[in-house]
Design a binder for this molecule. Structure first.
Ligand code: AMP
Ligand code: ZN
Ligand code: FE
Ligand code: FE
Length: 282
């Protein structure tokens, strides 16, 4: 039975609520779905509650943006303890950095003459993680641009006139943080950065897996990353990186999956990590 291991909800920059994601996943016949929002675990409790009704498993996850040797890497964490205090404190900090960064971007847009206030930019859900997609939506709503694409192309795309980079978390710290919360860290969509050369170092720092299957990977690239994973003793994972039906052309929930047996290996890896055992002892 298939599992989609990479899904965003309204807790970060996804368009579907956690409840809707779970209902859709069930309808697609998935055995489990991992909720992997950016810098937040807010979506996990409502997803698990919905999963009880729909008889499907929710894997508690997260996606952290990190940097290693000037490469931006995204690190997924699976089977994290969503009540781990040290972990929650850190991700709360990342989210507050995101708010500060958003204020700076809004100021830059104002200086460029756009009619926009910070109050108009809201994260989707609860204390969710605020990002550029929210800003783009607010710009459209304020009539400053006519589309999300125009917002990115003209103003807030990477390197654009109103772009402000996010806080750069060192990848090693991202791996340690996920391990601290008892999770198994996995390198997300490795083809979206120049990451192959970094894998040995990441593996040594606790990396457990490689996301070989992702909509941005061709069949050849997926095969390449499967081989690389095997070479380095890493698990192979996969997911759709779904953000909603209207988010990215051609990306659908469940379009990339792995068999449920893979999940069991990763679950064991997460709980058996020595860092977690140490944390439990002290
Ligand atoms: P942030 O984490 O705030 O830097 O926002 C990154 C998110 O913005 C990505 O996950 C994408 O969903 C979205 N994004 C980045 N570039 C574009 C683009 N050119 N057009 C539409 N969405 C984009
Ligand atoms: Zn996203
Ligand atoms: Fe990502
Ligand atoms: Fe993602």
């Amino acid at each position: 039975m298939p599992v989609d291991m990479h899904v965003h909800t309204t807790a970060s920059d996804g368009e579907d609520t956690p409840e809707l994601v779970v209902a859709r996943a069930k309808r697609l016949g998935l055995e489990a779905v991992a909720i992997t929002d950016h810098d937040t675990v807010e979506g996990i409790k409502p997803a698990i509650e919905a999963a009880c009704l729909h008889e499907i498993e929710v894997i508690p996850g997260i996606e952290l943006s990190a940097v290693c040797d000037d490469e931006e890497l995204h690190i997924l964490g699976y089977f994290i303890d969503i009540h781990c205090q040290r972990f929650l404190e850190q991700i709360n900090l990342f989210r507050s950095f995101r708010v500060g960064r958003m204020e700076k971007m809004v100021k830059k847009l104002q200086a460029l003459g756009l009619p926009l206030e910070m109050e108009q930019v809201s994260p989707g859900f609860g204390t969710g993680s605020i990002g550029r997609p929210h800003l783009a939506m607010a710009m459209v709503a304020a009539g400053a641009v006519t589309s999300i694409a125009e917002a990115f192309d003209k103003y807030i795309g990477t390197g654009g006139p109103a772009y402000v980079p996010r806080y750069k978390l060192p990848a090693i710290e991202a791996l340690q943080l996920i391990r601290t919360a008892g999770g198994a860290p996995v390198l997300a969509h490795p083809a979206l950065s120049n990451s192959s050369k970094l894998i040995p170092c990441l593996k040594q720092a606790g990396l457990a897996g490689l996301e070989a299957y992702h909509p941005a990977h061709s069949r050849e690239l997926s095969e390449y990353y499967c081989r690389l994973a095997q070479e380095h003793g890493l698990f192979v994972t996969g997911g759709s990186d779904y953000h909603g039906e209207g988010h990215k052309e051609g990306v659908r929930l469940g379009m990339r999956t792995v068999p449920y047996t893979r999940i069991q290996e990763i679950r064991i890896n997460a709980s058996a990590d020595p860092v977690r055992l140490l944390n439990n002892v002290y």
